[in-house]
Design a binder for this molecule. Structure first.
Ligand code: FES
Length: 106
């Protein structure tokens, strides 16, 4: 398998309902994952861009999505935001500023 040009990590950490720190799984990460997988399939991106489910990335209470090699972290990503991340960032090379975490967080 060739080295991917970019790699998308989606936090799937689950601390259960009501945990004070929250967790991405309790905030809808599985729907975000499914939407990325759908977009990758539709655009045939599977061989070019990696897609990996991870444990906690740090900020919590997301869903949070991390894209490398840029090291761009998106926060509070909704299923409806995924197409913009794919089109604008993964395909077009420009991060989606409205979804990036503030510098003091990441
Ligand atoms: S639980 Fe997702 S970043 Fe910590």
């Amino acid at each position: 398998m060739p080295k991917p040009e970019k790699h998308v990590f989606i936090c799937g950490q689950n601390r259960g309902p009501g945990h004070p720190r929250g967790s991405c799984a309790q905030s809808g990460a599985s729907a975000v994952w499914e939407e990325f997988a759908f977009e990758f399939q539709q655009r045939n991106l599977g061989g070019k861009i990696g897609l990996t489910n991870t444990g906690c990335l740090g900020p919590c209470n997301g869903p949070h999505v991390l894209v490398y090699p840029e090291g761009v972290m998106y926060g509070k990503v909704a299923k409806e935001d995924v197409a913009a991340i794919v089109e604008q960032h993964l395909v077009g090379g420009q991060p989606v500023e409205r979804l990036t975490l503030p510098k003091d967080v990441w």
